[in-house]
Design a binder for this molecule. Structure first.
Ligand SMILES: [Zn+2]
Length: 193
């Protein structure tokens, strides 16, 4: 593997082939009393529900500049993103956003208000971004980032952003900053990525 090659990215598919409880093959059908297909285990009776995943992140700023991280992982290797990632079991959305920010950039932040709530049904996700103030300029990006740095609005690499939820959150952030007000915004993307 060359030094430039990102780590492989292979999350298990959503559809199960075998029951995670007993190892038997599962069947796809509508359970009694339900209204949509699930993966069912006829051996042990487990119903394997699947639900949307939460991606939590921040819009961290330091002296008016916005923190972006250049991804060292797929998908969207070598593009710029706000610090964000999948919420873990057992944490709150705010804790997850703060954790992801620290892991990806090393930035220590004071978390602000919830800013964008973005439904992305095509990829079965909901993305949440909080506003955040950095407590200092120091950055120490972790293994998921090639680089982390602060950008003035004029420097934002709009054509090289990782995800549309990042682009739309940044667009709205700069619009709201000019207006001087940051209402929480909820919207839906018919995302292709
Ligand atoms: Zn089973």
């Amino acid at each position: 593997m060359s030094a430039n090659q990102p780590p492989s990215y292979f999350p298990a598919p959503r559809r199960a082939r075998f029951c995670s409880q007993c190892g038997s093959p599962v069947a796809r059908r509508v359970p009694d009393g339900d209204n949509r297909e699930r993966d069912l285990c006829d051996h042990c009776g487990a119903i394997h529900y699947q639900n949307p995943r939460m991606v939590v992140g921040t819009v961290p700023t330091w002296q008016g500049r916005v923190l972006l991280c250049r991804r060292a992982i797929e998908p969207r290797y070598d593009t710029w993103t706000l610090p964000a990632g999948f919420m873990e079991l057992g944490e709150s959305t705010a804790q997850g956003a703060e954790r992801e920010t620290l892991e990806e950039s090393g930035a220590r932040i004071a978390l602000g208000q919830l800013y964008t709530v973005i439904d992305v049904p095509q990829v079965e996700q909901v993305h949440l971004f909080y506003l955040a103030e950095a407590l200092g300029p120091e950055l120490d990006p972790g293994p998921e980032s090639l680089e982390a740095r602060y950008f003035d609005e004029a420097e934002i690499p709009w054509s090289d952003l990782s995800f549309r939820t990042v682009a739309t959150t940044l667009q709205r952030y700069f619009e709201d900053r000019r207006r001087g007000t940051f209402p929480t915004q909820h919207y839906t993307l018919d995302s292709r990525r």
